[in-house]
Design a protein around this ligand. Structure first.
Ligand SMILES: [Zn+2]
Ligand SMILES: [Zn+2]
Length: 54
């Protein structure tokens, strides 16, 4: 199974405790955010286009 890591905090995510979506700017890179980062509206950084979003 593929191991996934939160884009914002770098922690490993499992089960349903995260959301994943494509970068709203370039639509290529997949962004993964754990619930903690989502709740705290932490910034994520797209590795592909360097887009920063809440
Ligand atoms: Zn996180
Ligand atoms: Zn992007």
């Amino acid at each position: 199974m593929e191991k996934l890591y939160c884009t914002s905090c770098g922690k490993g995510v499992v089960g349903e405790n995260f959301v994943r979506f494509k970068c709203p700017n370039c639509g290529k890179e997949e962004i993964i955010r754990c619930l903690v980062c989502r709740k705290n509206s932490r910034i994520y950084l797209c590795k592909n286009c360097s887009f920063e979003g809440p």
